[in-house]
Structure formats: C-alpha cells, structure tokens
Design a protein around this ligand. Structure first.
Ligand code: CA
Length: 232
C-alpha cells in the first residue's frame, strides 16, 4: 500500500482524512503546515500528498511548488483540498503542479476514489501481477486468468479480488470488505452488496461457482482466497 502525506492545519479534517485512508490500508502522516510537510516529504518520501490550500505561514500552492522541486516528490500525485470551488483556486492549483482537487466539504468515498485513481495512474510500486495458486490478476488490464481462461473484471470486482489476493489466506468479514474496498465507515453498507460481487467473481474464476475452491466462504466469519485447495 501507499504512503500518503496529509497537509492540513485543521486537526479534525486531517484526522478524518488520515483515519479513512489508513482504513484503506495506506500509511498516513499529517503535517500542520508547509515547513513540516517539506521535512516529512524529504525524510519519508510519500507516494501521494493531500494538500490543503489554506495553510498558515505558506499556502498550499507554495508548498506544491516546493514539493515539485524535491527529487522524491517531483512526480508524486498531489490532491488539493479547496474550501470553495473557486475557479482561481483550481487554476492556481493546477499551475502550481497539482494533479486534482477536491472541494470541502467532501464526501469520504469521493476522496477515496480520487486517491485511488491518482495512485493507479502514477504508482510505480503497484505490482503488475498478483498471483495465488492458479489465479493471476493483471493490475494494469483488470483481467484475471485461471488456467487458460481469461476474464475481464469490473472495477469493484477488481478491487475486491486484489484486496483478497494481497492478503491471501486471511479471512475478511463483509463489514471489513465494505470498509477496505468500498471505503464505507464501520457498520455502514449492506453485506448483500458484498455477496453479489463475490457471486459475480466466482462465476468468473471458479470451475464450479456453486462449489468454490479459490474464493471460499468461511462460515460465520467471511471470505478468503485460499493459496491451496484444502481437501477434506
Ligand atoms: Ca486549512
């Protein structure tokens, strides 16, 4: 997963963003102002920066320009947070070297999707393939191969399968998957949503979807991708 630096002086907003991104599996650090952001950027080399425009001492645009001069963050995606959808702010943000912006107040799922899209576009550390047993997932083309059968996955199916494959052998409850894959807060979202996508995935990867051998249900606990077939 990725390292995300959140630069925001409003502690509650910063905490909310950090908590949510950590739930997505990212490592997160918070900087209260520009100088601190620069220090963390040099030492910690973040993969993505969420950068508020309104900051004390040095505004977000200036921080962005400076981050672009550092070797480690010259290419890292920068997502600006702006208080209002002011056209000048957006233009300034893009001119300073920002990649995208989000207007406050924002919906959390939107932040998650923007972050994910930016990382996917630029992330050099994302492996091209994930492999478990006979399953090979191509992270660039969203295709899964099982034996000689290749299937194209939808975005959600891809997110779900890649999460399970990255944590092979671990069992995830529906609620954990709703948080990790869909970005919902705990206790929100329906297990039926997970069930539907698990069923669709099984149709694409299982020899017999009614008797799954790879994407298994662990009764009372949740779902897992098994590295090996366990036979009774
Ligand atoms: Ca602020």
């Amino acid at each position: 997963m990725s390292r995300v630096l959140v630069v925001e002086d409003e502690a509650d907003v910063a905490q909310l963003v950090a908590l949510g991104l950590e739930r997505q599996g990212h490592e997160v650090k918070i900087a209260d102002d520009g100088p601190e952001a620069m220090e963390i950027a040099v030492d910690w080399m973040p993969d993505l920066i969420v950068l508020d425009v309104r900051l004390p001492t040095m505004d977000g645009f200036e921080v962005c320009r400076r981050l672009r001069t550092l070797p480690h963050t010259s290419q890292s995606p920068i997502l600006f947070l702006t208080a209002k959808a002011v056209l000048e702010d957006k233009l300034m943000g893009f001119k300073a070297g920002g990649d995208d912006y989000l207007t406050k107040p924002f919906d959390f799922p939107e932040l998650v999707w923007r972050v994910r899209a930016l990382l996917r576009r630029s992330h050099p550390l994302q492996p091209e393939y994930l492999r478990v047993g006979p399953l090979t997932l191509n992270c660039r083309t969203f295709e899964v191969q099982v034996g000689d059968k290749t299937q194209l996955l939808t975005q959600v199916e891809f997110d779900l399968l890649s999460h399970l494959m990255r944590h092979r052998g671990e069992v995830f409850s529906s609620d954990q998957l709703l948080q990790a894959v869909w970005g919902y807060p705990p206790g929100v979202g329906s297990p039926a949503l997970v069930r539907v996508h698990i069923r669709n995935l099984r149709r694409k990867i299982e020899p017999d979807p009614s008797k799954p051998i790879w994407l298994q249900t662990v009764r009372g606990h949740g779902y897992t991708i098994r590295p090996e077939v366990t036979r009774p």
